[in-house]
Design a protein around this ligand. Structure first.
Ligand SMILES: [Fe+2]
Length: 581
């Protein structure tokens, strides 16, 4: 274990979700001993101290080897304990309290950071399951991907008024370890029956200032000799971490003339931007979109419209084309080829009408404008007609590797999704019966998609299949968010009308590519190398190579070889390697 590093699966899971489930770390004997100790000591927060003969068990757990190995990689070397171990839900008022966490506003002392494969999550909770916790038992809950949320947590979600379909209650076996980043939205909801024992240790990065210490030394003040003469404002900037009053720290404020210490500890941190109540954006939608990489808008189509659209699809069943099997080696998602009915906008009158209504519908325009800015264009409408047994579509795309034409960014309160695909549901999409599936949060990941996610054969609990009603409309970050489809298990065939939109910024197909068409006579008699750089914006796809220039021995050549193309392949040509043809 010493020389190994976390697998790509583990890195991906923690990076995407903000938590990681490590099964079977403790033996059943260790679990039993810990439970007996808790029975004897009582459920206090003094497990590491006192003169209990049991305390060594809890001290051993503090630096349990497997835990240390993970924390070194997730928090970084020099991590430390910030809060004494305790059972989750044990504190007064903790059960049912609003969820804590989220990354807006950012709390840098807890935040998740990653750069160039190096991570330093400033706060991590290690949760040891000392009893089995089944799905539906209640208790500890988390929200996938919320450690990277750019949007403030909606009150309704934090307080439980509206779970927004986002709460995950991890199912754990006694002896499992569950690591969760502190900025991941989390809390303890009421237990269904008896509370289950989840023993949590709260760790911090080496320099992160989080909780106040509890030892007697921290009760002293550490101020310089002249502090007696200092004003309260001067004193406020001389506090020292580790003493009382360091967390939360004093809050200094000013009107430009005077400075004073605020009475309450609410952070003062002005921004040049203000939240815009007139933006026309539903803030819960915006939160959901930024968090997950997709959004379902309910009930946009009425009965009449649905009936017309379904009638058109019924009428042209003979135009359905069954394509290839798309499960691509998956065991769980294998099946038959995917049936599609393309060209919906070109159907004869009046059958095109229900589809032409979709492409610039007000509900689409309103959302497309905030999702990626105006200027988008679409590329036709196709209805997906999977029948029972139609294969899944292996999951694809995501934030790693980067594709500028298809990615997601968030800056200054704006969403920049370069590709958005919209699917209008003409029939219900039932739970567990297949259809569109995606990995919430994958539009922000720094790790490549593991094979088990691609095939859904080992999805690590990260893949969701949204449940929808006929008339609902799905928006997703095609290219940004890892997505695909699960094998269709419903005897009633799927009916989702798919319309892809691309931003004004980049090309994903079509347009004037040919140098001659773009420049006219100017390109006459150019060499192949010169001609190669006179193209128009071209489809920027993984499997489409563009002619590009390579330099060897001071000479420029055109290469059409997929290998070495940063989008076609991650493999780079080695120096001195022969140029392909
Ligand atoms: Fe796709």
């Amino acid at each position: 274990m010493d020389n190994e590093v976390m697998t790509n699966e583990e890195n991906y899971a923690f990076d995407v979700a903000g938590y990681l489930h490590i099964p079977g770390v403790l033996s059943q004997e260790e679990v039993a001993a810990l439970n007996e100790a808790l029975d004897a000591i009582g459920e206090s927060e003094m497990l590491l101290g006192g003169d209990s003969p049991h305390r060594e068990l809890f001290r051993d757990l503090l630096v349990q080897p497997k835990l240390v190995w993970y924390l070194n990689q997730i928090v970084g070397h020099g991590f430390r304990l910030d809060q004494a171990p305790r059972l989750l839900g044990q504190r007064e008022g903790e059960v049912g309290a609003p969820l804590g966490g989220g990354d807006e506003p950012r709390n840098p002392s807890l935040a998740y950071r990653i750069q160039q494969d190096r991570r330093s999550c400033q706060g991590v909770k290690a949760v040891w399951a000392l009893e089995d916790v089944e799905e539906g038992d209640g208790g500890f809950v988390v929200v996938q991907a919320s450690h990277k949320s750019n949007v403030e947590t909606p009150d309704d979600l934090a307080t439980g008024v509206d779970d927004m379909g986002l709460l995950v209650q991890p199912a754990l076996k006694a002896g499992d370890l569950f690591l969760v980043a502190e900025p991941t939205l989390q809390g303890v909801r009421p237990w269904k029956d008896e509370p289950k024992r989840l023993l949590s240790y709260w760790y911090a990065a080496r320099a992160a200032i989080q909780s106040n210490p509890v030892g007697p030394y921290s009760e002293t003040e550490s101020l310089p000799g002249w502090a007696d003469e200092a004003t309260p404002a001067q004193k406020a900037v001389m506090y020292v971490p580790g003493y009382k009053g360091s967390s939360p720290p004093p809050v200094l404020n000013t009107d430009g003339e005077e400075t004073w210490v605020e009475e309450d500890s609410t952070i003062v941190h002005p921004s040049i931007y203000m939240r815009d109540p007139d933006s026309g954006i539903d803030e819960k939608e915006f939160y959901f979109w930024d968090l997950n990489g997709y959004l379902v808008v309910r009930g946009l189509m009425d009965e009449q419209w649905l009936a017309e659209a379904n009638e058109a699809v019924d009428k042209f069943q003979d135009r359905i084309v069954v394509g290839e099997e798309l499960a691509r080696g998956s065991v769980s998602q294998a099946g038959t080829g995917r049936p599609l009915l393309p060209g919906l906008l070109d159907l004869p009158d009046p059958y095109n009408a229900p589809f032409r209504r979709m492409i610039a519908h007000p509900a689409v325009v309103q959302r497309m404008n905030w999702m990626g800015g105006s200027g988008y264009r679409m590329g036709g409408a196709t209805v997906f007609c999977a029948v029972e047994g139609t294969s899944g579509h292996s999951l694809h795309d995501g934030n790693e590797p980067m594709t500028p034409s298809r990615g997601y960014a968030f800056k200054n309160g704006r969403s920049y999704a370069e590709t958005v695909t919209i699917t209008w549901q003409l029939r219900d999409v039932e739970p567990g019966l297949g259809g569109f599936a995606c990995v919430p949060g994958s539009h922000k990941t720094q790790y490549s998609m593991p094979r088990g996610i691609r095939t859904c054969d080992d999805a690590m609990g990260l893949v969701v299949q949204p449940v929808m009603k006929a008339g609902d409309v799905l928006f997703f970050m095609d290219g940004g968010c890892t997505h695909g489809a699960l094998v269709w298990k419903n005897p009633i065939p799927r009916r989702g009308v798919l319309i892809k939109y691309q931003s004004k910024n980049v090309n994903w197909g079509g347009g004037v590519l040919d140098p001659q068409d773009r420049w006219g006579d100017m390109v006459e008699d150019m060499t192949e190398e010169q001609f190669a750089v006179m193209r128009g914006p071209e489809r920027d796809g993984r499997h489409r190579t563009v002619p590009r220039l390579v330099v060897e021995d001071g000479q420029v050549f055109v290469s059409y070889d997929a290998e070495g193309d940063s989008y076609a392949s991650k493999l780079r040509r080695k120096p001195g390697e022969k140029r392909g043809t």
